[in-house]
Design a protein around this ligand. Structure first.
Ligand SMILES: Nc1ncnc2c1ncn2[C@@H]1O[C@H](COP(=O)(O)OS(=O)(=O)O)[C@@H](OP(=O)(O)O)[C@H]1O
Ligand SMILES: Nc1ncnc2c1ncn2[C@@H]1O[C@H](COP(=O)(O)OP(=O)(O)O)[C@@H](O)[C@H]1O
Length: 217
């Protein structure tokens, strides 16, 4: 809501619970930063089950882009729950708030001109779409479509085992939902039981970024 204060030049707004606030622009903006970095700021959002390879892909992608001279930053769900999101648990409202916060942070990184790689289970379509709506032209959703049986067989943290024996409740894919994307930019899947290597998953994303003009300014 926009409102005029006593002085007609001072326009302030109410946004959410913040009243009397005003946006302040700086002379150096996203364009200037992108030019400096010779890339377009964007968000690569990796979604998939626990154990599907989100962190592995994020690191391989970050490494691949870095070695080509691009500035990236990884926002890993597990890591962010050690700090920014340490107050959240895994009930649906908290997962939604987790995704909302990371979407906003990712938007800031993209505005900074970076290729921001966010990897979170992000099980709900509506939460992912809300993040997409923050950056409609520079949000690249990558679905790691790896079968539950493969993720469960990997089980590097032993969490599926705990979930199967009821020691963790509300575990995604076991007794909590995962909604696959209906229309996303990139889908990565296994063929005849063989999953692509981390490097080949990263190369698939890098090709997309290249073809769509994100790796130059
Ligand atoms: N109940 C439950 N369900 C799913 N995952 C769980 C749960 N409890 C703990 N973990 C661990 O938390 C990691 C997922 O955190 P995210 O922030 O990505 O989750 S979410 O997007 O908010 O759903 C996830 O990490 P990844 O394996 O890297 O996906 C798990 O290690
Ligand atoms: N493409 C892949 N091929 C084979 N193993 C993989 C692949 N990607 C990940 N892994 C292995 O699967 C396990 C889970 O990967 P991780 O990146 O931690 O998944 P997530 O972040 O989705 O939980 C790890 O042990 C990792 O080494």
């Amino acid at each position: 809501m926009m409102g005029l204060t006593g002085n007609s030049k001072l326009v302030t707004s109410t946004v959410g619970k913040s009243t009397n606030i005003r946006w302040h622009d700086c002379p150096i903006g996203q364009d200037g930063r992108q030019k400096l970095l010779n890339q377009k700021g964007c968000v690569v959002w990796i979604t998939g089950l626990s154990g599907s390879g989100k962190s592995t892909l994020a690191c391989a992608l970050s490494h691949g882009l870095h070695s080509r001279g691009h500035l990236t930053y990884v926002l890993d769900g597990d890591n962010l729950r050690h700090g920014l999101n340490r107050d959240l648990c895994f009930k649906a409202e908290d997962r939604a708030e987790n995704i909302r916060r990371v979407g906003e942070v990712a938007k800031l990184f993209a505005d900074a001109g970076l290729i921001c790689i966010a990897c979170l289970i992000s099980p709900f379509r509506s939460d992912r779409n809300a993040c997409r709506s923050l950056l409609p032209k520079s949000f690249i959703e990558v679905f790691l479509n790896i079968p539950l049986e493969v993720c469960e067989a990997r089980d590097p943290k032993g969490l599926y085992k705990l979930a199967r024996t009821g020691k963790i409740k509300g575990f995604t894919g076991i007794d909590d939902p995962y909604e696959p994307p209906s229309d996303c930019e990139i889908v990565i899947h296994c063929k005849a039981g063989d999953c692509p290597s981390p490097k080949s998953m990263a190369d698939q994303v890098i090709s997309y970024l290249e073809v769509n003009g994100f790796l130059q300014y």
